[in-house]
Design a protein around this ligand. Structure first.
Ligand SMILES: Nc1ncnc2c1ncn2[C@@H]1O[C@H](COP(=O)(O)OP(=O)(O)OP(=O)(O)O)[C@@H](O)[C@H]1O
Ligand SMILES: [Mg+2]
Length: 288
């Protein structure tokens, strides 16, 4: 399968030539495939936001390329513009970027920019609102009357209403309570399933990505040291720990069991997998 998005030797240097010069990404090669649910994880300042802002042409590479469906997104102005419609980006703390007087107007901002007709805009606004659990009668209210979690869902709806093929979310659950976290992860999963969209979820939390994504990309100091299925990435427990990341608690317990000489499958990160590993261990012991 051809990647939907690709970075080739992507480097980004902020404030080049000034005393504040900072290399945020160095020679990053990353392939992202249509329909996958990708997680990006890394410590504060590792380069996650810088990386994803290149994927929809918000930042321009200092060196290297970004390709969307095999074509350089900076090839022409029109291509950059089109990429921004197909690759939707929800910023970190997007609730601070709501500005319209009604929720409806806020969600319709993106589709309106795309030049769609009024009926299509209306359909998309209602569908996007529905995805994030907003009721029709809330649409004429001011976004500023909402709670923090609800505001964030309005901001996500504004990007979903553009019906992007790739939906990128920069730490969408940061600072929310556990119920708010579950709602947002549920909204994203619904969009993923209903549209077959590619999802890129940036997160700080190993626990969160472990149970949501198909593939995990670790960013550390502007490079990608590991990527793969979560269970593969978690094999690098000590290195992840050294990057200030750490594996899920469940995985740590199983690694410790193995270190103590228990012959158990340690590539475990959910309760269900733990149950299976223990059952498997017990049946093997019983069989001996
Ligand atoms: N506009 C900017 N100008 C200069 N340096 C920047 C700018 N934005 C980010 N940086 C620096 O680039 C590096 C990568 O930052 P980035 O925001 O991509 O990290 P991050 O992984 O998203 O962090 P966080 O988890 O805190 O959101 C950091 O050292 C940061 O200080
Ligand atoms: Mg960030």
């Amino acid at each position: 399968m051809e990647p939907i998005l690709q970075t080739q030797k992507l480097s980004h240097v902020y404030s080049a030539g000034t005393p504040f010069q900072r290399a945020a990404l160095t020679d990053v090669d990353l392939d992202i495939y249509p329909g996958e649910y990708l997680g990006i994880i890394g410590h504060t300042g590792s380069g996650k936001s810088t990386l994803i802002q290149h994927l929809n042409g918000l930042l321009k590479p200092t060196e290297g390329k970004v390709l969307f469906r095999g074509q350089d997104i900076w090839e022409s102005k029109e291509r950059t513009r089109q990429t921004r419609f197909h690759v939707g980006l929800v910023f970190q703390y997007p609730e601070y970027q709501l500005f319209e007087e009604t929720i409806y107007k806020d969600i319709s901002f993106g589709p309106r920019n795309m030049g769609l007709d009024e009926a299509e805009i209306d359909r998309r606004v209602r569908e996007a609102a529905h995805f994030v659990g907003l009721r029709d009668e809330q649409l004429e209210r001011s976004p500023f009357e909402l709670s923090g979690g609800q505001k964030r869902r309005v901001a996500i709806a504004g990007v979903i209403a553009m019906e992007p093929e790739v939906l990128i979310l920069d730490e969408p659950t940061a600072g929310l309570d556990p119920i708010g976290v579950e709602q947002i992860l549920g909204n994203i999963r619904d969009y993923h399933e209903a549209h077959g969209a590619t999802i890129i979820l940036v997160s700080h939390s190993m626990e969160e990505v472990a149970r949501t994504v198909d593939r995990l990309v670790v960013v550390n100091d502007g490079v990608i040291p590991f990527q793969g299925a979560p269970r593969e990435v978690f094999q690098h427990g000590d290195e992840l720990e050294a990057m200030g990341l750490g594996v899920p608690q469940m995985t740590r317990v199983f690694h410790q069991l193995r270190a103590m000489g228990v012959d158990i499958d340690a590539s475990v990160y959910t309760i269900e997998q733990a149950r299976r590993a223990i059952r498997d261990y017990r049946s093997r012991k019983g069989a001996r």
